[in-house]
Design a protein around this ligand. Structure first.
Ligand code: GTP
Length: 597
């Protein structure tokens, strides 16, 4: 196809504003898929995505469209992940296309993720077409939302297209706008191949499938290509496009989006954002801005049943093959035995992987407190990246510590603003900005990532009854007065409960954790002290009193079935516990103890 008849675009939207529904409609309207083959939400392919209603992996589809002017166009839609954890993947997908549809639910208005994603589109120099969706609903208010788009985002919304992805109204206008408002791609057919690796995933028949955007040159079946980030060479055995099912083609030229396969065994061997070129006489400069996605949140995953350690290893290795941004290494904990220290892009990523291990591999897990990466500066000048509070070096050898900070953007209706400010303040936030868009406030806070990874989002949802939206980006490291707090149960330190805290908040946190643990740990035949300590110094303490009687005693020895039931219940309760010295600690304690109410 010649460049003038190609349009490449993505759709940016806040979760639930109708991105997938609109994509499905565009595909349906152009006859790309026969109606009877049309599955709801064609582009969200993984079960877990569908269940949670979120899009995790970028997907793409090539649409043939004959415009009102009689010309034939090829429209390539790249679907981008909507969640903040996958911001890097969003930014790469954006660089692979020239324009975006900005979809805003006309009953709701602009939300935090709308902003985060649209700024990425603006960064990537996109032409942006605003689309107001859900106009079939009575609560739809296009004038208000258009005005809000202009106020908050600062782009012209006078020509915003009014759409119902549900009824199909406005879909034709959207297709015409894609053709007439978005620019055609640029590129040189005669130049050496320069293609961006936009995404990759594993297919059990074809091996790793690599989604590419051709910038210059031509990608052909049979050629040898080089991945510039690591210099590896590959023989291209298939080239194709998604309609949305795979269709093989002989070649892809400049401006086109499609896929290649090259007998690549694992997704880890491909890096999102990498440049692909000819093995000889390739392009000189790779595409700018390549960086592999780095895990930012770490936690330990241990099997509840230590006999399942090898099964867990197997599950984690399999999942990692297909997810280059998920990292793991073996970890031994005095308390929990053998397990893995795993790194994730964010909390959602953590939850998705943990869910998959429990569900697809049927392994019950103990998850230790999520932690961020601290920079520990030693007195001898060395800097250590600390992924696990249990590895914290002796404080006397440490000069100072730095922690990662974020810039958080929160949009919230007026009436909840006070609660949101208090929450951010409690989490050591520094307010940077506060503006209004209609009856909604937009607050920007500088916050320690550590205070956000745990239960910030849950707390935010609960104090605003779900009306706030939230997004963040990492800003860098800053020094602060941070210490490691250990928890001792029956005088034994439980390393899986160690946390890094700010010195000023240590007492409060320590007391809260001890109180929580006192509720969560069942009583034993002896008295159990529960303590929080910094270095050797105890800063909080609770005592769990001893159990006096046998649990069955209150059955008066009479009813045998009742007695047996009680014992069975006790046994079942035990299954989910781990022993620490002489004390059984239930699985849920590891996470619950850290929740701050
Ligand atoms: P994520 O995949 O989670 O990012 O969400 P999304 O933005 O793709 O939203 P999705 O397409 O899943 O739509 C969210 C909900 O809104 C679904 O229940 C849709 O059926 C509904 N919806 C989408 N478009 C319309 C519309 O035009 N009118 C009405 N009434 N409902 C719509």
């Amino acid at each position: 196809t010649d460049l003038a008849h190609i349009r490449n675009f993505s759709i940016v939207a806040h979760i639930d504003h109708g991105k997938s529904t609109l994509a499905d409609r565009l595909i349906q309207e152009t006859g790309t898929v026969q109606d009877r083959d049309m599955k709801e939400q064609l582009l969200d392919s993984m079960d877990i995505e569908r269940e949670r209603g979120i899009t995790i992996k970028a997907n793409t589809v090539r649409i043939d469209y004959t415009a009102d002017n009689g010309e034939q166009y090829v429209l390539n839609l790249i679907d981008t992940p909507g969640h903040v954890d996958f911001a890097y993947e969003v930014s790469r997908s954006m660089r692979a296309v020239e324009g975006s549809l900005l979809v805003v639910d006309s009953t709701q208005g602009v939300e935090a993720q709308t902003l985060a994603n649209v700024y990425q589109a603006i960064d990537a120099d996109h032409e942006i077409v605003p689309v107001l969706n859900k106009i079939d609903l009575p609560a739809s208010d296009c004038d208000r939302v258009a005005e809000q788009i202009e106020d908050v985002i600062g782009i012209d919304a006078t020509d915003a297209i009014q759409v119902s992805a549900k009824t199909g109204q406005g879909i034709h206008e959207t297709l015409e706008a894609i053709v007439h408002k978005l620019p055609a791609p640029k590129g040189e057919r005669d130049a050496p191949l320069k293609a961006m690796l936009v995404d990759s995933w594993y297919d059990s028949y074809l091996g790793v499938i690599v989604l590419v955007r051709i910038m210059d040159g031509v990608l052909k079946k049979g050629m040898r290509v080089k991945f510039m980030s690591n210099g590896t060479l590959h023989h291209v055995d298939r080239v194709g496009v998604f309609r949305p099912e795979m269709q093989m083609v002989d070649q892809l030229g400049p401006g086109e989006i499609g896929f290649l396969t090259a007998s690549i065994k694992q997704v880890r061997d491909t890096r999102v954002g990498d440049t692909i070129t000819n093995d000889r006489n390739g392009c000189e400069e790779p595409l700018p801005g390549f960086k592999p996605a780095q895990p930012v949140v770490f936690c330990g995953l241990f099997p509840v049943d230590s006999a399942e350690f090898e099964d867990l290893r197997d599950a984690i290795e399999k999942l990692a093959l297909n997810d280059a941004s998920f990292s793991f290494e073996m970890e031994t904990s005095a308390a929990l035995g053998f397990g893995f220290r795993c790194g994730f892009l964010g909390l959602l990523h953590l939850e998705v992987i943990r869910d998959r291990i429990e569900r697809e591999y049927d392994i019950e897990l103990i998850t230790t407190a999520p932690s961020v990466i601290y920079h520990v500066y030693m007195k001898d000048g060395e800097m250590i990246e600390l992924h696990n509070p249990a590895d914290m070096p002796d404080m006397s050898k440490v000069d100072h510590l730095e922690e990662p900070r974020i810039k958080a953007t929160i949009l919230v209706p007026d009436e909840y603003l006070g609660d949101v400010l208090k929450l951010c303040q409690d989490r050591r936030g520094i307010q940077m900005d506060l503006t209004y868009a209609g009856s909604r406030a937009m607050v920007v806070y500088d916050l320690p990532l550590n205070e956000v990874v745990f239960d910030f989002y849950d707390r935010l949802k609960s104090v605003t009854k779900g009306y706030a939206s939230f997004d963040y980006q990492m800003t860098g490291y800053r020094q602060d007065n941070l210490v490691k707090m250990s928890i001792l149960v029956n005088d034994e330190p439980v390393d899986a409960l160690s946390v890094m805290v700010h010195r000023d908040r240590a007492e409060t946190r320590g007391r809260a954790m001890c109180e929580k643990l006192k509720e969560l740990i069942p009583r034993h035949m002896f008295k159990i002290p529960i303590q929080a300590a910094i270095g050797g110094k105890v800063i909080a303490r609770e005592t769990l009193s001893a159990l006096r009687k046998d649990v069955t005693a209150k059955c008066y020895g009479g009813d045998a079935t009742r007695k047996r039931k009680l014992l069975e219940k006790q046994k079942a309760g035990k299954k989910k516990m781990r022993q620490f010295g002489k004390v059984d600690i239930p699985q849920e304690a590891f996470i619950s103890a850290l929740k701050m109410d």
